[in-house]
Design a protein around this ligand. Structure first.
Ligand code: NAD
Length: 290
């Protein structure tokens, strides 16, 4: 096998750097505001993956000095119960950010719960008001995972303007807002998705390829233009032939790393950036108090 030539886009290191900066700005703001920033993560049910994500978020909060006001509700909670908790947190002056951990149990209406969050406390940037601000190119809280990708590109001084960015995936959580953020930075953007007939023909045109699909090893080296930037949002757990479990992305890392100039690892790429952006959004809302 040819050696890896791509440099790593180290999201873990950048997330740590951002967290240190946030800690410092909280220390500056706290005497003026008279309380620490607060984030409330609402989790409904006992999905094990969600539980891990929530724990990571609360741990990261503690590290930078954000108080956690998390609520863990039973799986069978009704729409009204979850909504009334959101409304209570909307009013709570100690809380700057509110996040509903997705996915929710199937009997709950996700969109209407996201709508119940006060847009100025929408730490995940998924409220229609904040998505609308993104569409219009106005300031507002940005969705965390796409914002994390943009920060990572910026940190490594990867030029976006005038480049062809191919986003694979069109979810409201990642693909669509990311395409808009790339457009805002003057990239030429193509969105590929499950109905795109020849994915390789699309991705081979990308100077920057961002995969947000959730299909292990979907994009291989031969689908990537030499010198491209490969950003992997996908998180997939696979069982290796030796029976061990492993986290992989949507790119076939080894073959893509042979042709790309830059690549994100999984884990340690986009994942930690998502958490860092959540904290950053919370501190941004907190700073509005001054
Ligand atoms: P989703 O299931 O909502 O969307 C997947 C998208 O992939 C869809 O738009 C679909 O059209 C597209 N797709 C499916 N099959 C395809 C194919 N064969 N070719 C091209 N496109 C195809 O998923 P999501 O919520 O956007 O998440 C995508 C992945 O990103 C998942 O693995 C998820 O775990 C991961 N994720 C990671 C983070 C992070 O912090 N790193 C955050 C959110 C999501």
């Amino acid at each position: 096998m040819a050696p890896q030539t791509a440099s790593l886009l180290n999201g873990k290191a950048l997330a740590q750097k951002i967290q240190l900066e946030l800690k410092a700005s909280i220390e500056q703001l706290q005497p003026k505001i008279g309380r620490p920033p607060g984030l409330a993560v609402i989790m409904v049910g006992d999905d094990p993956a969600s539980a891990v994500y929530v724990r990571n978020k609360e741990r990261a909060c503690a590290k930078v000095g954000i108080a956690s006001f998390g609520r863990h509700l039973p799986h069978q909670s009704s729409q009204q119960e979850v909504e009334s908790i959101i409304k209570e947190l909307n009013q709570d002056e100690r809380v700057d950010g509110i996040l509903v951990q997705l996915p929710l149990p199937a009997h709950l209406d996700t969109v209407s719960l996201l709508l119940a969050i006060a847009p100025d406390k929408d730490a995940d940037g998924l409220h229609p008001m904040n998505l609308g601000r993104l569409v219009r190119g106005e300031k507002g809280l940005r969705s965390c995972t796409p914002a994390g990708v943009m920060n990572l590109l910026e940190e490594y001084q990867i030029e976006v303007a005038g480049k062809h960015a191919v986003v694979v995936g069109r979810s409201i959580l990642v693909g669509k807002p990311l395409a808009l953020m790339l457009l805002e930075k003057n990239a030429t953007v193509t969105i590929a998705h499950s109905r795109t007939p020849d994915l390789g023909a699309m991705t081979r045109q990308g100077d920057i390829i961002i995969a947000a699909v959730g299909k292990p090893l979907l994009i291989t080296g031969e689908m990537v233009k030499p010198g491209a930037v490969a950003v992997d949002v996908g998180i997939n757990r696979i069982i290796r032939p030796d029976g061990a479990s492993q986290l992989v992305g949507d790119f076939h890392f080894d073959s893509v790393a042979e042709v790309a100039n830059y690549i994100t690892p999984v884990p340690g790429g986009v994942g930690p950036m998502t958490v860092a952006m959540l904290l950053q959004n919370t501190v941004l809302s907190y700073g509005q108090q001054v």
